[in-house]
Design a binder for this molecule. Structure first.
Ligand code: HPA
Length: 278
């Protein structure tokens, strides 16, 4: 596949999906590692496996299913990504963010994104959910960023604003839903690294000093692309482990998947509540 994905390639995928659905989704939802179950409660669901779509990246990671689920949640038309691909799988930033481009060409203006993350903030405990209020694009600062290459002028400007990556109103709504349901909702800055190795204690102390509250291997490129196309973004991190700032504990993928079982119902409640008020 060529380095840059053209609008024609994006539109070909969007058209294939459009041909299979009779609704206009208003929210695109991306589910993170171990957080896939929400897709199973979509009503009147149509499933489109990523492998049926031309040039569409397919996840190689355990805990990621690999299909679009299109239907209704809380009566609202949604397109859910059950599984996503990551940069560390060897995909380009363009491939990693292709699903968000497809959402945009399907006319979807809202992007709800979830991920599993390590808690860098020492107050966070595994099982917590964090509302992402801002993000640190460390991979981007090192040149790995999805908007590299020709700009897709039909979607957004060459130099998109990032002063407000995460929508304030959706953040407030998520907070309200969490309070009403007795869920403690943490808030903070998500930092996206490329992975796949987890962070060293020195990495984590550096990230903490830089203002990070949670660390993961996704979301940041997708949110940049979402904002490039002016989508409104809600971001939720499931804190699956305490990041290991002093080297006293180890982090494993199994732990991330296990914590997802506690986190999924909380994230589902919040997303359903926000959807209800749209
Ligand atoms: N670091 C990076 N990514 C992660 C972590 C972590 O500790 N936990 C879940 N995803």
């Amino acid at each position: 596949m060529q380095n840059f994905i053209s609008l024609a390639q994006i539109d070909e995928i969007a058209q294939k999906i459009r041909n299979q659905i009779s609704i206009q989704p208003i929210v695109g939802i991306t589910l993170g590692s171990g957080l896939n179950d929400l897709a199973d409660s979509v009503q009147k669901a149509i499933h489109v496996p990523y492998s049926d779509l031309p040039n569409f990246p397919v996840s190689t990671v355990q805990g990621h299913v690999g299909r679009f689920v299109i239907g209704e949640l809380e009566g609202k038309p949604v397109l859910v990504m059950q599984g996503r691909v990551h940069f560390y799988e060897g995909y380009t930033m363009g491939q990693v963010t292709l699903p968000v481009r497809v959402m945009q060409r399907l006319g979807i203006q809202n992007f709800f994104v979830t991920n599993a993350a390590g808690g860098v903030n020492p107050d966070f405990v595994p099982g917590d959910v964090m509302l992402i209020t801002d993000q640190l694009n460390i991979a981007g600062m090192a040149g790995m960023t999805p908007l590299m290459g020709p700009n897709l002028d039909e979607i957004g400007p060459r130099f998109p604003d990032m002063s407000r990556p995460y929508d304030y109103e959706y953040g407030d709504l998520a907070g309200k839903v969490a309070r009403e349901n007795g869920i403690t909702l943490r808030e903070g800055v998500y930092v996206g690294l490329s992975g796949p190795s987890f962070e060293s204690p020195a990495d984590l102390r550096f990230l903490r000093m830089a203002g990070a509250d949670a660390v993961g291997m996704s979301t940041v490129p997708e949110v940049i692309v979402a904002r490039h196309g002016n989508m409104r973004v809600l971001g939720l991190s499931g804190i699956s482990n305490k990041a290991n700032l002093d080297g006293s504990t180890m982090t494993t993928h199994e732990e991330v998947i296990e914590a997802g079982k506690v986190i999924t119902p909380k994230i589902e409640t919040i997303i359903r509540g926000v959807l209800r008020s749209l």
